[in-house]
Design a protein around this ligand. Structure first.
Ligand SMILES: Cc1ncc(COP(=O)(O)O)c(C=O)c1O
Length: 416
């Protein structure tokens, strides 16, 4: 029965003993969120993404509030990922030109780049969303892109990337194999890799990718302040390689230090590389082996981003892994909320944290976790809906046809 358990958790009490994380200081300097946001706000079509409140669900679960940073329509690309790819391309181009400022979206800026750098091709490996963001950013600036996907990537995700002007290459194996292959092929072809994960000697670009994500949290802080909330008391963030989670916890650690929100990093049980690394407990990132077979495509990563891991090891209060039915439950609850709460379109990876929060609050076996983190009626919980309907065929299988139901013994958790 153990493999069906909705929530398996691990507390990382070490994080609260770290006064100031060197990894946070290095990756997320104080001014960075202001800079990334200033950049993103110059992108034609940029809007602040909504922060939605689910007060009825919060009350039902015994929480003070649930706030959802809804990235499902970010720049019309259905996920937060474009924030990272676009900022990394911008920062890379600036570094190549040796300038501190560049109006990359003006005609003059584009001309200067072309004249000085010639035709560039950007390459990336992806489970779908990152590649779409890189392809979109490259095509906006008049560059080419080649995006590597693994063999189980759905046709819908491939087409979404191609529709943004990229050539798509399908690689045998998993996301991690695509990461390895793209770096080999890029070297041979003179392409510039824009990866959301790092390896020794390749650290600037993934750092810019992570920094780019902080725009979402800078916006969220402003939106919460407008509601009279200084900061969320808790944040649940979903993780693949851990870059989004590092950006989230890095942002809040930079802003609030030891007063930062309590945090839970959520992964699929079939691809729980950060959970595994925390469990090993030696401070090193560890790879999760297996076929990474999960519906949470954006989180199906077996190798942690080593840079991100350093941040999470120092700042994450708990690691949680959960099976696919937890994410499926989150998708359905977002889509058909309690009367009075807004509906939210959320894909498998986007909804994992809401599903996890529901089980954490309602499954009796999670009481020690709730207690350790102070998840109670005073808690103002921030979730990130990191994607919308990015794979319409699979989305309908879950939301319309009820695939991945909560198994029998756990259904009664929600029946009282
Ligand atoms: C929708 C979605 N959510 C979350 C993530 C996790 O991000 P990371 O791989 O940085 O942990 C991804 C990654 O692709 C994603 O596509």
């Amino acid at each position: 029965m153990d493999q069906f358990k909705p929530i398996t958790w691990l507390l990382n009490s070490r994080a609260r003993s770290i006064e100031k994380s060197p990894a946070v200081a290095e990756l997320f300097p104080p001014e960075i969120a202001r800079q990334t946001r200033a950049f993103h706000s110059r992108i034609p079509g940029y809007h602040i993404s909504p922060l939605k409140s689910l007060p009825r669900l919060a009350s039902m679960l015994g929480l003070g509030g649930i706030w959802v940073k809804d990235e499902s329509f970010r720049l019309s690309l259905s996920s937060f990922k474009v924030l990272g790819g676009s900022f990394a391309i911008y920062s890379f181009v600036k570094s190549q030109l040796g300038v501190d400022e560049l109006d990359i979206f003006s005609e003059q800026g584009t001309r200067q780049i072309k004249e000085e750098l010639g035709d560039l091709t950007f390459a990336a490996a992806t489970d779908g969303n990152h590649g779409r963001g890189v392809a979109w950013s490259a095509s906006r600036l008049g560059f080419n892109s080649v995006i590597y996907v693994h063999e189980n990537t759905s046709q819908a995700r491939i087409e979404a990337i191609e529709n943004n002007g990229a050539r798509v290459v399908v690689v045998k194996g998993t996301y991690d194999d695509a990461v390895r292959q793209v770096s080999v092929d890029a070297e041979a072809n003179g392409w510039q890799v824009i990866s959301d994960t790092s390896w020794p000697g390749y650290e600037d670009i993934p750092r810019w990718v992570m920094q780019g994500y902080t725009t979402a949290f800078s916006e969220a802080q402003e939106q919460l302040s407008a509601q009279g909330i200084i900061k969320p008391s808790h944040v649940l963030v979903q993780a693949g390689v851990g870059s989004l989670a590092a950006a989230t916890l890095g942002f809040y650690s930079q802003l609030f230090g030891p007063e930062r929100p309590q945090s839970i990093v959520v992964e699929p049980d079939k691809a729980a590389c950060l959970f595994l690394s925390a469990k090993r407990g030696d401070g090193e990132p560890h790879s999760f082996s297996g076929d990474l077979d999960t519906i949470m495509a954006g989180l199906a990563c077996g190798d942690p981003n080593p840079q991100a891991w350093k941040v999470l090891w120092d700042t994450a209060d708990a690691f949680v892994k959960c099976p696919d039915y937890v994410a499926a439950k989150g998708m359905r609850v977002y889509g058909v909320p309690l009367a009075g709460d807004p509906f939210i379109v959320s894909g498998e990876s986007g909804a994992a944290t809401l599903g996890a929060l529901m089980f954490i609050m309602q499954w009796s076996e999670c009481a020690p976790l709730r207690e350790a983190l102070g998840l109670n009626r005073q808690a103002e919980v921030l979730l990130i809906n990191s994607e919308g309907n990015t794979d319409p065929v699979d989305f309908r299988k879950v939301v319309w046809s009820g695939r991945h139901p909560v198994p029998e013994p756990y259904q009664q958790i929600f029946e009282n």
